[in-house]
Write a protein that binds this ligand. Sequence first.
Ligand code: AN7
Length: 368
Amino acid sequence: MSMNATISRLKQGGGVIDRYREFLPVSDSTPIVSLGEGNTPLVYLAKLSARVGRGCEVFVKNEGVNPTGSFKDRGMTVAVSKALERKARALICASTGNTSASAAAYAARAGMPCAVILPAGKIASGKLLQAFVHGAKIIAIDGNFDDALRIVRELGERDDFVIVNSINPDRIAGQKTAAFEIVDLLNEAPDFHLLPLGNAGNMTAYWAGYREYRGRERSTKLPAMIGFQAVGAAPIYHNKVVEKPETIASAIRIGNPANWKQATAAISESIGAVDVVSDEEILDAQIWLAQNEGVFVEPASAASIAGLFKCCDSKSAAYSFQEIPDASRIVCTVTGHGLKDPDVILRRVEELKPVTAKIDNVRRAIGS
Ligand code: AN7
């Protein structure tokens, strides 16, 4: 590529719109708002692969490596570019944290005002910091995410705000690119795709992406889609709205998912499943992944890993991997970076006591 072509791509952000333009709802006249999102690592996990056995291969798609530390950036680049093209006055979203962090950053880049409606006291500290530092107008409500989204939907109808939650089809379009990247790298779709379910926008997007790619003959098969909710916030699993969702994984503390029908369709069409994992299983999986594979994810993201353990080990799992075909390929999306939500782990770090600055004391403390 010539230097001029490289610079012109860099000026467009060099992200998912640049790489997957033909699959996205943009034209030559769409102003591109990008931070170079996407192209995230697909990390092979030897220890998890051994745990599944039968020659299976497990990968994580590490979406925490995106510019604002979550998968939301893939959708946000498209949603904000389209909002700018339509000359929208302002952006608005409800959020459990990551959508607001991403919306705030892309709005800043676009030069558009952005309001984020958040459940008070329920946003992980790193995410709140992000929304703040990027200059979003932060409104904390005395209610949960579902209340916030209801208000946002009404504001979107009455005022000229563009809603950048996953009810905006531009968000889903952008998030499809994660499935494209996986197929491009593996030259085929995986057999199983595991991911956490909140509003189920990501499940909807991956399923659309896998189907679109198979339609273009980039793959010959489709994965079984397996989604995981937290025990205390499992409306899709129970097929019932949860009025007061509760979980340590605040990102998926959602009782009435916006993309509920689409997720149910993806699960049934793909012959997949939905299951639940407890807060304890989520935190154990988060630490396991950090200490055994070097990947630090936030609790909601660890739900897909906790789910994989459940599929391997538990007789009560909605999907059992005990009879899994030999050499199956499994991809788990880990959706957000661990540093966004440090509080639970910080409590343990704070128990560390200082040691006298003497070599013998330090050696004793190391335990060698
Ligand atoms: C890390 O930011 O809903 O099932 O408002 O932040 O597509 O909703 C976040 C969701 C998984 C669930 N993992 O994805 C929000 C928000 C992380 C997340 C999910 C979220 P969807």
